[in-house]
Design a protein around this ligand. Structure first.
Ligand code: NAG
Length: 185
């Protein structure tokens, strides 16, 4: 099994999120310019604060966005909690006891709600927080297109089948990411 450097993996992420960006014609980087002009700066400050407190959180927030996007597209489905009538993605093998940063996203969401209520989707917050996390650690930036809607559904089975394992080699990762190419939002 080929071992991947974090450098190669970060290029893979950049490639993936660039594809997600260019394939989403109906999304726009200025989606909240009028409805919530402070959204992006609010998210960035909160991400910077969280990453200053714990550097590893940057990687966790990037992973949260990636695990969101791999299941039903980037729709916030990864955030939905299980209850008596609903099973979300949190207990999927690739997520259980390893996904982190939910409380950071909750905190960002409540800050964003206080600057403009019921305007910015959790899916967009995840996407922007992932970018801001990479930038917070000195990585390169990218433009995040916005306007995703949050899902009311989730898929435990897709989370289990489609998310690559930490042991996946490069060709498995490339094929897992390629399968997601045409899907966005
Ligand atoms: C269970 O969770 C789903 C998805 O978030 C939600 O739509 C539903 O209202 C919840 N049901 C209960 C009883 O809390």
């Amino acid at each position: 099994m080929a071992r991947l450097s974090s450098y190669k993996i970060s290029w893979l992420f950049l490639y993936f999120f660039t594809l997600v960006a260019v394939s989403s014609a109906q999304l726009s980087s200025s989606f909240y310019a009028k409805s919530c002009p402070k959204a992006l700066s609010t998210i960035r400050s909160a991400v910077n604060a969280a990453v200053n407190q714990e550097k590893r959180m940057a990687a966790s927030l990037l992973r949260l966005h990636f695990h969101d996007c791999f299941v039903q597209g980037c729709d916030g489905s990864v955030l939905l909690d299980d209850n008596s009538t609903f099973t979300g993605e949190k207990t999927a093998g690739p997520n259980l006891n390893s996904l982190r940063g939910f409380e950071v996203i909750d905190n960002i969401k409540s800050q964003v709600e206080s600057v403009c209520a019921k305007t910015v989707s959790c899916a967009d917050i995840l996407a922007v927080a992932a970018r801001d996390s990479v930038v917070a650690l000195g990585g390169r930036s990218w433009t995040v297109l916005l306007g995703r809607r949050d899902s009311l559904t989730a898929s435990l089975s897709t989370a289990n089948s489609d998310l690559p394992a930490p042991t996946s080699d490069l060709s498995t990762l490339i094929s897992a990411f390629s399968k997601k190419k045409p899907k966005h939002h």
